[in-house]
Write a protein that binds this ligand. Structure first.
Ligand SMILES: [Zn+2]
Length: 147
């Protein structure tokens, strides 16, 4: 007898589970895919629900019922898929985490610690800057002022 509370094998037909790694996906708006997919990939885009796979080791970025889009289908580096430090944090100006560190260190400050208490890997980074609709992935760097 089946129980609704028993843990089972992931349902392969569940569109919210990544088709490659079974990581739980986060829903993304169709406008995000329209803005970020390369032209060839856009031809495969249908007006359906799509999800983002946040697993760093998985090549799939977006997936839906009948389409999968991988890193090479996306115009920009995908934050969740890049190595820590080299991830783009501002797509308008193409600023990475490392660039921020280098700039502050070039001004004479010394990095003394980092905090990950504001990290939210489930952040899909597809919302308007001024109107976040979900958890916001942020990081904290503590620098020491030069003497
Ligand atoms: Zn995946």
């Amino acid at each position: 007898m089946d129980s609704c509370c028993e843990a089972g094998v992931a349902d392969q037909s569940d569109p919210r589970r990544c088709v490659a790694c079974e990581h739980a996906g986060t829903r993304v708006g169709l406008s995000t895919l329209k803005a970020l997919l390369r032209p060839a990939a856009l031809e495969r885009l249908a007006p359906r629900d799509y999800y983002c796979c946040g697993s760093a080791s998985c090549p799939v970025v977006y997936f839906g019922e009948d389409a999968v889009f991988r890193r090479e289908d996306v115009l920009v580096p995908v934050f969740q898929k890049e190595a820590e430090g080299g991830r783009t944090i501002c797509y308008c100006f193409e600023v990475t985490e490392d660039q921020i560190r280098r700039e502050v260190e070039a001004a004479g400050f010394k990095l003394v610690s980092e905090g990950d208490f504001l990290r939210h890997p489930e952040d899909t980074r597809d919302f308007s800057v001024n109107r976040p609709t979900g958890p916001v992935d942020e990081f904290v760097l503590k620098f020491q002022k030069p003497n």
